[in-house]
Design a binder for this molecule. Structure first.
Ligand SMILES: Cc1cc2nc3c(=O)[nH]c(=O)nc-3n(C[C@H](O)[C@H](O)[C@H](O)COP(=O)(O)OP(=O)(O)OC[C@H]3O[C@@H](n4cnc5c(N)ncnc54)[C@H](O)[C@@H]3O)c2cc1C
Length: 381
């Protein structure tokens, strides 16, 4: 018998439940304070390492959990149900940074960085610039061959985990005349000469997740820190982001689930016209529609993740899952705000934050229009 997409193995279910349990007890009490201060305490990040969600796919021999991509998706969903800002820290670290290293790094780079990423060092993924977002391959950061390595010069913008990360995957063009075929991926450490982390953005949502500018002024990078081959960075960028956006789908599914959890709890408690809100059919139908949306979004995310996991084509499905789940997250969070009434509009209750957090799902790792472009290209050739 074929299992349902949402059927988890015992191991997956135990993992997901333990991550949610952690998030419920260790993250939930701090969500509001982290949002207000736009800061994620290092003690919490240390606990994420101890929990085993910061090296999910890193082999056990390198200090990781030896899990799968699907485990990473489950962890991002479970944490985002409580706080999507913590969810994206885990997501970028696992589904972009570690994923790219597992896929493209030389043996020496794997040995140098995977144990650190699994044990204590946070990763960041630096592609976007002020002038190149959707048109990512128009990046202006330059790499120049010098001595026994390269120097990087330019600025990156919007880099998640920029404030906390020690290890950065940075894309720069080594041969601008070759266009995108000059783009090369480098592994850069925070301490490399010529590299500084710049301004941190003040954001609408996922405020506890840092988003920073990175500045490279003749930053010296050893030759051995090229990730993949010189001139093949565009492949690293595209293929990693194709996978990463399934993680953003999971973040949005988690967010929507969190908003629905709050809404259901609230409508059972809140009384108007002598009845709980949950007794009104108009409210019941709204909740039923939200649950339907959420189920569809989760199926799309799990399907894309399972396709990727089993080595089948998944790029269109990944675009569909991110597009749809980010819209569902916004709709469900909006409904939760509505059902809380005036209480939904103030910071004493958790749903206004989830509504703010939802917006980013339609922007990063490819805007909704870019997902539509991918889907249309598949349909129309
Ligand atoms: C909180 C946050 C975290 C981020 N984290 C990272 C990170 O860790 N690493 C990283 O590299 N980047 C990161 N980004 C950058 C993010 O990926 C970009 O913001 C995103 O790709 C959009 O690029 P842009 O902001 O330049 O918008 P633009 O590309 O200028 O797009 C503006 C609008 O135009 C539309 N548009 C653009 N081109 C087309 C087209 N061809 N057809 C139709 N519509 C189009 C877009 O859909 C959008 O609505 C982050 C951004 C934010 C806000």
């Amino acid at each position: 018998m074929t299992a349902a997409l949402t059927t988890l193995s015992d191991d997956e279910r135990l993992f997901r439940d333990s991550v949610f349990d952690f998030a419920d007890h260790e993250i939930r009490p701090h969500v509001r304070q982290m949002d207000e201060s736009a800061h994620m305490p290092r003690e919490l990040i240390d606990k994420l390492f101890t929990l085993g969600v910061m090296g999910i796919e890193v082999p056990e021999s390198a200090g990781g959990a030896g899990g799968t991509f699907f485990h990473a998706v489950l962890a991002v969903e479970a944490v985002s149900r409580v706080d999507p800002a913590v969810g994206v820290l885990i997501d970028v670290h696992n589904t972009l940074v570690i994923n790219a290293l597992l896929r493209w790094a030389s043996e020496a780079l794997r040995q140098a960085y995977l144990p650190r990423l699994a044990e204590r060092s946070i990763g960041a993924y630096a592609l976007s610039e002020a002038g190149s977002g959707s048109d990512a391959f128009a990046l202006a950061t330059r790499a120049v061959e010098r001595g026994d390595g390269f120097t990087l010069t330019g600025r990156k913008l919007w880099i998640t985990n920029g404030n906390e990360a020690d290890i950065f995957i940075v894309f720069a063009n080594l041969n601008p005349e070759a266009g995108y075929r000059g783009i090369t991926a480098f592994v850069v450490e925070r301490g490399f000469p010529g590299f500084t982390v710049g301004r941190k953005e003040d954001k609408l949502g996922i405020r506890a997740s840092s988003t920073c500018e990175l500045i490279f002024e003749n930053c010296e990078v050893p030759r051995s820190n090229v990730l993949g081959e010189p001139g093949k960075g565009y492949k690293v960028a595209i293929e990693t982001l194709n996978e990463g956006r399934i993680g953003i789908g999971a973040q949005m599914v988690g967010l929507a689930q969190g908003a629905l959890d709050h809404a259901i709890r609230y409508i059972k408690e809140r009384k108007q016209f002598g009845k709980s809100l949950a007794e009104f059919q108009g409210v019941q139908f709204q909740i039923a529609r939200a649950a339907t949306d959420l189920e569809a979004a989760r199926l799309l995310v799990y399907n894309a993740a399972r396709l990727r996991e089993s080595g089948q084509p998944f790029v269109t499905e990944a675009a569909i899952c991110k597009l749809f789940s980010s819209e569902v997250a916004e709709r469900v969070a909006s409904l939760a705000v509505n059902l809380y009434g005036g209480y939904g509009f103030v910071k004493d209750y958790p749903v206004e934050k989830l509504y703010r957090d939802a917006k980013i799902g339609q922007i990063y790792e490819g805007t909704s229009n870019l997902q539509l472009q991918t889907i249309a290209k598949h349909l129309l050739g």
